[in-house]
Design a protein around this ligand. Structure first.
Ligand SMILES: C[S@@+](CC[C@H](N)C(=O)[O-])C[C@H]1O[C@@H](n2cnc3c(N)ncnc32)[C@H](O)[C@@H]1O
Length: 431
C-alpha cells in the first residue's frame, strides 16, 4: 500500500486516456518505479480494473464535481477515478484507499489540491453504492463501453450485442498451447496435474487448454524450454486452419509478436517468412522462436508493399491483419478508450491494401487465411466479401456451414467457449 503506487496508477491512466498510449506499454514503465513485486501486481490490478470501469467511474465523478479537472491538474482527475475504483471495486479498506490516494496528490505536483481529492473521495464514501446507482441510470454507462462501439455492436448483432458487452467486461482465462513438437497435450496436462495445476482442455483445438486459475506462466513446467506458450484459444485456430505442410513456403504477413508464427512451425517443417512493419515488435518474434527452438526468416517490412520480397511465390499466407482489436477487449481494457469510430474506416482501407498485395505473392492453388481479432463486420465479412467481388481468381473455402460470398468467414464472439472474439476467412487462389 503506498501513495507512490497510486501516483503511478494515475500516470498510467493519463498515458492511456490523454496520450493514447497502450496499457501494455505504459504499465511496465510505471511498474519500474516500484520495487516490491506485490506493489507491481496491485498497480496492474488497479489499472486494469479502473480502465474496465472507467465509464462508470467518470460518470460518478461528474456527479461529485462541478467540472472536471483540466490542464496541469488533469492527472488528479485520473487519481480520483483510481480512488473511486479502490473504494467500490477493491478489497482495500476505505481509510487506506482514501488516505493513500490523497497522499499521492503531492507526488503528482498537486499538493495544494490534497483537500479537493480528500473531499471528493469522502463524499463518495458517504454516498456509498447509491452514487453508482445514480451514475448507472444512463444504461450506456452501465455497459462500460463507448457509445460508438455499442451502436456498431447493436447493428451487427441485434440478438447478441448485450452478451458481447458483458463478455468484454469479464476477465479472460489463461489459455495455453501445448508444443506438439515436445509432447502431446495429454502428456503435458499430466505434468500439470503432478504439479497440482488444474487445466481444462478444449476439444475443438488440438493443443489448446486453459488453466482453472491464472498463474505466473514462467513457473509452469518446461515453460523456459518451450513446452508451452501463452495463446488464446481463438487465436490457435489460425495455424490449424492454415494447415501448413512440410517443405512449404509460408508468409506470416503481420507476424509480431510471433504467436501464430511459432504455432505454424510447431505443426510443420515449413519455410516461414515472418513479416511485420514494427521492428521493435519483431524482437519479440525472435525471442519467442528462440525459446521454442524454432526458426523463421524474420523480416521488417510493410505487408502493403513488396519491396522486401524476393519474387518467389508463397504456398500459403496467413494475414493476421492490423485491426480494431474489438474482440480482445476483455484482455485489453484500454482498447475501448484508445479506438475511435473513425479508426475503423482507416483500418479497413489498410486491410484491403494488404489483402490485395498479399494476394499477388500467393501461388496459384495456394491458400490465404485472413484473420482479425475484431468483431466488426466492416473489418471481417464485409472486407472479405468485397475482396471476393473484386478478385476474379479468388474462391472462398468455407470453414463453417452457411458461408457464402456475401456472408463469408467464421466469426467467433468473445466469451464463446471462453475464447476471445476472432474472425477467419479462407480463400483459395484458383489454379
Ligand atoms: C494482430 S497483430 C499480429 C499478431 C501476430 N500474428 C501473433 O499472432 O502474434 C497485427 C500486427 O500487424 C502489424 N502491422 C500493422 N501494419 C502492418 C503493415 N502495413 N505491414 C506489416 N505488419 C503490419 C503490427 O505491427 C502488429 O504486430
Amino acid at each position: 500500500m503506498s501513495a507512490k503506487l497510486r501516483a503511478q496508477g494515475a500516470k498510467v491512466l493519463s498515458a492511456v486516456l490523454d496520450e493514447g498510449r497502450s496499457l501494455s506499454e505504459a504499465l511496465p514503465q510505471a511498474q519500474q518505479a516500484l520495487s516490491n513485486p506485490k506493489d507491481k501486481a496491485l498497480l496492474q490490478a488497479l489499472c486494469f480494473g479502473a480502465l474496465r470501469q472507467y465509464r462508470l467511474l467518470d460518470a460518478a465523478l461528474k456527479l461529485l464535481m462541478q467540472k472536471p479537472l483540466k490542464g496541469k491538474t488533469r492527472v488528479l482527475q485520473h487519481l480520483l477515478a483510481l480512488g473511486l475504483y479502490q473504494l467500490y471495486f477493491s478489497r482495500i479498506p476505505a481509510h487506506a484507499a482514501v488516505g493513500e490516494t490523497v497522499a499521492a496528490a503531492p507526488l503528482l505536483g498537486q499538493a495544494k489540491l490534497k483537500g479537493l481529492v480528500n473531499g471528493v473521495l469522502r463524499n463518495a464514501e458517504r454516498q456509498g453504492t447509491e452514487l453508482l446507482d445514480k451514475a448507472c441510470k444512463n444504461q450506456a454507462v452501465a455497459t462500460l463501453h463507448p457509445d460508438w462501439l455499442i451502436e456498431r455492436l447493436k447493428k451487427a448483432y441485434p440478438q447478441q450485442w448485450r452478451a458481447v458487452l458483458e463478455a468484454n467486461n469479464q476477465q479472460a482465462p489463461l489459455w495455453l498451447r501445448n508444443n506438439s513438437r515436445q509432447q502431446s497435450r495429454p502428456d503435458y496436462l499430466a505434468k500439470l496435474s503432478n504439479s497440482a495445476i488444474e487445466a481444462v482442455s478444449e476439444d475443438s483445438l488440438t493443443n489448446g487448454f486453459y488453466l482453472a486459475e491464472a498463474q505466473d506462466v514462467t513457473a509452469l513446467p518446461g515453460f523456459a524450454d518451450g513446452s508451452v506458450s501463452v495463446q488464446d484459444g481463438a487465436a490457435q485456430f489460425a495455424a490449424e486452419l492454415l494447415a501448413p505442410q512440410d517443405g512449404e513456403r509460408i508468409l506470416d504477413a503481420c507476424a509480431a509478436p510471433g504467436g501464430k508464427t511459432a504455432h505454424i512451425l510447431e505443426l510443420a517443417d515449413a519455410e516461414v517468412l515472418a513479416l511485420d512493419v514494427s521492428e521493435s515488435r519483431l524482437q519479440r518474434v525472435t525471442e519467442n522462436l528462440s525459446r521454442l527452438k524454432l526458426q523463421a526468416d524474420v523480416v521488417a517490412g510493410d505487408a502493403a508493399s513488396r519491396d522486401w520480397w524476393d519474387g518467389k511465390a508463397f504456398d500459403r499466407i496467413l494475414l493476421d491483419a492490423p485491426c480494431s482489436a474489438t474482440g480482445v477487449i476483455r484482455r485489453h481494457p484500454d482498447i475501448r478508450w484508445l479506438r475511435r469510430d473513425q479508426d475503423i474506416n482507416e483500418l479497413s482501407k489498410l486491410q484491403a491494401r494488404i489483402l490485395d498485395n498479399c494476394w499477388a505473392m500467393l501461388k496459384p492453388g495456394g491458400t490465404l487465411l485472413y484473420a482479425t481479432c475484431s468483431v466488426l463486420p466492416q473489418e471481417n465479412k464485409e472486407q472479405i466479401s468485397a475482396f471476393l467481388a473484386r478478385t476474379k481468381d479468388a474462391e472462398l473455402r468455407p470453414i463453417v456451414a452457411g458461408e457464402s460470398e456475401q456472408q463469408p468467414g467464421w466469426q467467433l464472439l468473445p466469451g464463446d467457449n471462453k475464447m476471445d472474439g476472432f474472425f477467419y476467412a479462407r480463400v483459395l487462389k484458383k489454379p
